[in-house]
Design a protein around this ligand. Structure first.
Ligand SMILES: [Zn+2]
Length: 81
């Protein structure tokens, strides 16, 4: 039973720590950074107006979805020698 999860961010204005509370995911009081947060929380933060807890300035989080990343995997002989 949680209430929200917390996304920890660095303010682009003052470069101090700030945070965004999201109810979009499990709401288990989990702490995330932008590098390990579920996409649901990142998308939630992107859709909100974000304000720094320190300098009170507004900033945005932009999420780019890289949909067409191709991964090529090849198993071959070792011809180095
Ligand atoms: Zn700030």
């Amino acid at each position: 039973m949680g209430m929200y999860d917390t996304l920890h961010l660095t303010c682009p204005h003052c470069h101090k720590h700030t945070e965004f509370q999201s109810k979009a995911s499990k709401c288990d009081l989990i702490d995330y950074t932008i590098y390990d947060a579920p996409l649901t929380i990142l998308a939630d933060a992107q859709s909100e107006e974000l304000y720094c807890d320190n300098c009170r300035k507004k900033f945005v989080l932009r999420v780019q979805y890289m949909v067409h990343e191709d991964i090529a995997i090849n198993v071959g002989e070792d011809n180095e020698n």
